[in-house]
Design a binder for this molecule. Structure first.
Ligand code: GDP
Length: 503
């Protein structure tokens, strides 16, 4: 069970309404969040808390610099809607030389690599444009992007999402390369676009800054090679390196279930080299790598850092953005998963506890206000209007029952008022609390009762003979009770007496 509710059942009759209501609130909250729950009457029945017994696995500490080798940059394409991000990705994908032996079908696996034939420089592009992908990755702490290519349409210039992309890249400390797109259009104005970018703090090389810009036509494929060269140059400046040995570490780019091939995910290898047979954990999923493919569908035997690779062999589907870590054995993978699932459960439980505590607090505020607060808030105002004629007691054709409640202590009066708060049959009979208070019935109470033709309910009180006589004299009915639910039942009886008989 995820939630336990402790209820003091010792005295069911005098159990304050608020406990019952609290319970209902908890029950609803538990149901809504999909938790199993159990009501127990004594804390000794409380079951053991979930304590993780297993170990987690995390990335290894920074590598020994001597083990590092150069790796390709990973690029995300960002920019304003309709400025050509998707078109640019399509054109770049098509520049790859696809081996005809593997059908030559370009598959979308979430990332792809482009190799410059001249320099053999390789650039890996994340195949999902825009903010969402960038933010999703970052939100999970997977800073997989080295460089942002900012696409700005030369016929439109800097727009809202251009500014947003700049802000995000700067916040993430990721360098920008500007692709000034749609230069094939007659209305394209590259110079004007550059000046607009300057106003956004993008100091282009043309103006003495260090940010490269490349005028391109994503649609016509103009200058794509120059753009890739610019990226390769930026990568060289950044001196991107990775450790190709040791356990593999990476990030999930995309996940899907293929009807023919089963559970697949595209991973970006960030450290180590991925090979067939490796045991991987990602989130609460694990895999024994059965087969690997590159972005052109070609089978791979190994995948070094910054390589996007499609992995077969997942038992469950990992989520995009999940960190992938290789472990030594299936047994360790199971342990890690158990640890993480226990932890997830605990976190869910914590959240549920918070929700419930919050609900209970709200509830407490509403229902457990003290009498003093109720008075201050004017919850129950003693009516200042004059006495009514007997005939006018029926308001809008609905009968009305007036009552005064007096109890021995604040707590009991509050409990009774709690129950009265839940009365919701106003349509059939109005229930008016004329007055309430702690202590014996006074002359003033009787005066009020007589004026408003009200019943007087007392709880745990002895009414002196003198008061009883006075009540009789004023034709006021004083009804004593010692059990809350009986008092409430009595009120219900009185209400039903006022309702017209059913035909
Ligand atoms: P996204 O919303 O940034 O992904 O933009 P799209 O790639 O979907 O492009 C929006 C529109 O601009 C499409 O109709 C593209 O055909 C067009 N487009 C993209 N790049 C170019 C270009 O270089 N030249 C011209 N003329 N049109 C382009």
């Amino acid at each position: 069970f995820d939630v336990f509710v402790y209820v003091d059942n010792s005295n069911p009759y005098n159990r304050p309404k608020s406990v019952i209501h609290n319970f209902t609130v908890i029950q609803e909250a538990a149901k809504k969040s999909g938790f199993r729950f159990k009501v127990v009457s004594h804390p000794s029945e409380r079951e053991k808390e979930v304590v993780p017994k297993y170990k987690d696995v995390t990335r290894r500490p920074p590598a020994d610099p001597s083990k590092l080798v150069r790796r390709p940059p990973v690029v995300t394409i960002m920019g304003h809607v309709d400025h050509g991000k998707t078109t640019l990705l399509d054109s770049l994908r098509n520049t790859r030389v696809v081996d005809s032996e593997f059908g030559g079908i370009t598959q979308h696996i979430g990332a792809f690599s482009v190799v410059l034939p001249s320099s053999k420089d390789r650039v890996t592009f994340l195949d999902t444009p825009g903010h969402a992908a960038f933010t999703a990755m970052r939100a999970r702490g997977a800073d997989s992007t080295d460089i942002v290519v900012l696409v700005v349409a030369a016929d439109d210039g800097v727009m809202e999402q251009t500014v947003e992309s700049i802000r995000m890249a700067k916040e993430a400390n990721v360098p920008i390369i500007v692709a000034i797109n749609k230069i094939d259009k007659p209305k394209a104005d590259v110079d004007y676009t550059r000046k607009m970018l300057l106003t956004q703090g993008i100091e282009l090389e043309e103006f003495g800054g260090d940010i490269q810009s490349v005028p391109i036509s994503a649609l016509k494929g103009t200058n794509l090679k120059t753009l890739i060269e610019a990226i390769a140059l930026q990568a060289e400046i950044m001196d991107l390196k990775a450790e190709p040995t040791g356990y593999m570490e990476g990030v999930v780019i995309e996940s899907k279930t293929d009807p023919g091939r089963g559970k697949l995910s595209t991973a970006l290898v960030q450290r180590g080299t991925l090979r067939k047979g490796c045991i991987l954990v990602a989130g609460t999923a694990w895999a024994k790598v059965r087969a690997m493919f590159d972005d052109t569908g070609r089978p791979l035997t190994e995948a070094p850092p910054a390589t996007p690779v499609e992995i077969l062999g997942w038992r469950e589907l990992p989520s995009a953005g999940d960190e992938i870590i290789e472990v030594e054995s299936e047994r360790v993978a199971q342990e890690v998963l158990k640890y993480r699932m226990d932890k997830q459960r605990e976190e869910k439980l914590e959240n549920a506890k918070e929700v419930i505590a919050q609900k209970a607090a709200e509830h407490h505020k509403v229902y457990r206000t003290t009498l003093e607060e109720r008075r201050r808030l004017g919850w129950y105002r003693v009516r200042r209007t004059g006495p009514r004629e007997k005939e006018s007691k029926e308001t809008d054709g609905h009968p009305e029952l007036n009552i005064i409640v007096k109890g021995d202590v604040d707590g009991s009066v509050e409990a009774i008022l709690d129950v009265l708060d839940t009365y919701d049959d106003e349509k059939r009979c109005k229930l008016s609390l004329i007055h309430y208070g702690v202590g014996q019935v006074t002359e003033n109470d009787l005066e009020l009762a007589s004026t408003f033709d009200s019943l007087v309910y007392t709880f745990n009180l002895d009414t002196p003979k003198k008061t009883k006589d006075l009540a009789k004299q004023k034709s006021v009915l004083v009804k004593p009770h010692n059990v809350i639910y009986k008092l409430v039942d009595d009120i219900k009886d009185e209400i039903s007496k006022m309702l017209p008989l059913k035909k």
